[in-house]
Design a protein around this ligand. Structure first.
Ligand code: HMG
Ligand code: MG
Length: 298
């Protein structure tokens, strides 16, 4: 059985732009998000309130967040790594945030300069502020299918950490294959473990496409009842602190596959393709959407 409807979480303006070599001007970032808002997407992760030393590409997060037109039926979560980021996000007017951790100790150090246990303490501080301000929090876990530094990751560790985050008050968990090493077998095993403890309502998948496995992995997840999928316009994306992390699966390709499977998304594929062409032109970068290339050529 496949779900009748899938919610796409568009992460391009955050996961996509954080990994670009060049700094995309603030006005272009705003333009990108406004255009995405017009495609039928209901969730667009707008930016991140992380350290500008660590991710200079998004150092204009406040201007971007405050500059975008916020549609009533679209939510615009932002990524926060700690209390400082949360305070800045609140001051900028954010209504929803996303926190992140990982079962890999080494990746935790490389990406956030702290241990996994410390990352949970930071998340706890974010959760306290979220509760005070009645904000919804999403939780990401990175490297769920493998780590660039530690190799294989235990599905039990992924499940335990997911449960911990949910107990702390996170509304949903997004399982990130940060470096795209997951194969259908690995993803099925991780999801088997996670879904034995957590309802599909609370689980999203977030696949990077480094090894070309993302769409088939999404199909596996759909068959297992997952109906929340993260993707990035034109397949932009990656994490500068995860060696080998290249683009996220392209939103255009996911939407094409979902519609072909008879799954509703409320997203206009044609408009999405136009946005993908716009942003890759602005960035002077490769459009990784195969569907976009094929439809434009034909
Ligand atoms: P740190 O250097 O250890 O921070 O970085 P610190 O607490 O020692 O503070 C040092 C300075 O940074 C201080 O300033 C702080 O105020 C400032 P000073 O007093 O020296 O002037 N600072 C901040 N400034 C702005 N915003 C903040 C902030 N926090 C501290 N939030 C830190 C620790 C966590 C901040 C840093 O490591 C960081 O920002 N890391 C984020 C890296 C990142 O964004 N990675 C990509 C996102 S995760 C991802 O892509 C994976 C995902 O897509 C899922 C998947 O694919 O798996 C989600
Ligand atoms: Mg990612």
């Amino acid at each position: 059985m496949l779900p009748a409807f899938v919610k796409i979480v568009e992460v391009g303006p955050r996961d996509g732009l954080q990994n670009e070599k060049s700094f995309l001007p603030t006005a272009d970032k705003i333009d990108l998000i406004n255009r995405l808002s017009d495609t039928g997407l209901s969730v667009i992760e707008a930016t991140s309130f992380v350290s500008p030393e660590w991710i200079p590409q998004l150092k204009d997060q406040r201007e971007v967040f405050q500059g975008i037109e916020k549609k009533q039926d679209v939510s615009y979560p932002v990524l926060v790594p700690n209390k400082r980021g949360m305070e800045n996000a609140i001051a900028a007017g954010a209504k929803e945030v996303a926190v992140f951790s990982t079962p890999s100790e080494t990746f935790s150090q490389r990406n956030t300069n702290c241990s996994v246990a410390e990352s949970l303490q930071r998340i706890e501080a974010v959760m306290q502020l979220a509760e005070q301000h009645h904000m919804r929090v999403r939780g990401y876990l990175s490297c769920i299918a493998g780590c660039p530094y530690e190799g294989a990751i235990s599905p039990v560790a992924v499940t335990t950490l997911s449960e911990q985050l949910l107990q702390m008050g996170v509304a949903e968990i997004s399982l990130g294959d940060t470096i795209g090493v997951g194969t259908p077998k690995i993803i099925e095993t991780v999801l088997d473990h996670v879904l034995a403890k957590i309802s599909t309502e609370k689980v999203a998948v977030h696949f990077h496409d480094t090894y070309g496995q993302a769409l088939v992995n999404i199909y596996v997840a759909l068959k297992m009842g997952i109906h929340m999928i993260d993707s990035s316009i034109a397949g932009l994306g990656g994490c500068p602190y995860a060696k080998g992390a290249s683009g996220n699966v392209a939103t255009e390709d996911v939407v094409y596959m979902l519609h072909g499977l008879g799954i509703e998304t409320h997203i206009d594929l044609k408009k999405l393709i136009e946005v993908g062409c716009f942003i890759t032109q602005q960035l002077g970068t490769l459009n990784r959407s195969r569907v976009s290339a094929a439809l434009i050529a034909n």
